[in-house]
Design a protein around this ligand. Structure first.
Ligand SMILES: C[S@@+](CC[C@H](N)C(=O)[O-])C[C@H]1O[C@@H](n2cnc3c(N)ncnc32)[C@H](O)[C@@H]1O
Length: 340
């Protein structure tokens, strides 16, 4: 475990002015942030079925008429402080999504994914469908190495309990179903992001010791998870009430405390992946494939066996044995190309 440099810095001020004043160009590895929604966030409680006694006052909202300019200003700062190759994730509802997308298009940031986060309890409505998703916009700043730890959560060949479907593939699909945290009796921010969601983003898009920023800290949830995963954290929160209460709770967070609870991915057995094939090895693979199928193994089972015996991905084995993938992909959930 690397020891991160101690730079957690949290500021009770407007993030736009704060970034301009305090943060140099190209300094942050990852920004994960959840701006106010411009929908009168101070009144969100009218739509939620929860005890508001435990919800902190002091959520600073942005008037709808100012939302486009506000988005342009903070997103320009986010783009400036991100290091080349650094990543930006923005959580957005749909009301002002267009303002956020327009602001992103005015920067040099590149869109990587437009993810959907589907959560469990939505905003209650009777005359229309119930909103139960947020948009999660994933962008990178061009010009440097991008951190994307594709195999930190699930190994390349791990399958689910019923042995169908690649867990790695499923985890990287662009719709994420993650429940919001139900915390009865605990003081919380108006719109608190779940630890599971933040853990996933931070694991994929940063490494231990990296600097993770949140320009709209709210309950400091991003910072708490970042420090818990042994990253450094910084950020801004304009509300004095939220800042004062939550900064105190930050003191209880121990660097690296979430690491022990992380699932360890199974190491890949694909030890020969990407090595050049020799003619002898190709001939061996073909002979063994014929033998296994003669013994009664289905083609997919034979390929899985070859994969563990030869340390090669199934896609590259398919090319050697010369069988069309269409005839082997009997289970639609197993994307052979995806797991090779
Ligand atoms: C949607 S909430 C963030 C919730 C947070 N992600 C969490 O999990 O608790 C947005 C936060 O931004 C704060 N805020 C609004 N305008 C701001 C600004 N210009 N600079 C910094 N913080 C601001 C609000 O007070 C609110 O706490």
């Amino acid at each position: 475990m690397t020891t991160p440099k101690p730079t957690p810095q949290f500021f009770n001020e407007d993030c736009i002015a704060g970034c301009r004043k305090r943060i140099g160009d190209d300094t942050v590895d990852l920004i994960v942030t959840d701006p106010p929604y411009g929908i009168d966030g101070g009144n969100l409680h009218k739509h939620y079925n929860r005890n508001e006694d435990f919800v902190l006052d002091g959520y600073v909202e942005v008037p709808a008429a100012e939302y486009a300019a506000f988005s342009r200003d903070w997103i320009a700062e986010a783009a400036r402080i991100l290091r080349p190759g650094g990543s930006l994730y923005i959580v957005s509802g749909y009301t002002h999504l267009c303002d956020i997308l327009n602001a992103l298009r005015e920067t040099k940031l590149k869109e990587v994914n437009h993810l959907i986060w589907k959560y469990n309890f939505g905003v209650w409505t009777q005359k229309k469908y119930i909103s139960s998703h947020y948009h999660l916009l994933y962008y990178v700043k061009p010009g440097g190495p991008v951190t994307f730890n594709a195999f930190d959560r699930f190994g390349a060949t791990e399958k689910g309990a019923d042995a169908t479907g690649s867990l790695n593939y499923q985890d990287r699909e662009d719709v994420w179903v993650i429940n919001r945290e139900y915390q009865p009796g605990k003081t919380k921010n108006k719109n608190q992001l779940p630890t599971q969601l933040l853990t996933k983003i931070i694991q994929y898009s940063s490494n231990e010791g990296d600097l993770v920023a949140d320009l709209f800290l709210g309950s400091f949830s991003t910072a708490k998870v970042a420090i818990g995963l042994n990253r450094r954290a910084m950020g801004f929160e304009k509300s004095k009430v939220a800042f004062t209460h939550q900064k105190r709770t930050m003191k209880k967070v121990q660097p690296g405390e979430l690491l022990a609870g992380l699932r360890a991915p199974e190491a890949s057995h694909l030890t020969n992946q990407r090595k050049a094939w020799t003619a002898t090895e190709k001939a061996k693979v073909i002979r063994r494939f014929k033998k296994l199928t003669k013994q009664g193994l289905k083609k997919k089972e034979a390929l899985d066996t070859l994969s563990s015996e030869f340390g090669r991905g199934t896609w590259s084995l398919l090319k050697i044995v010369g069988v069309k993938s269409r005839r082997i992909t009997t289970d639609k959930n197993i994307p052979l190309a995806g797991i090779a």
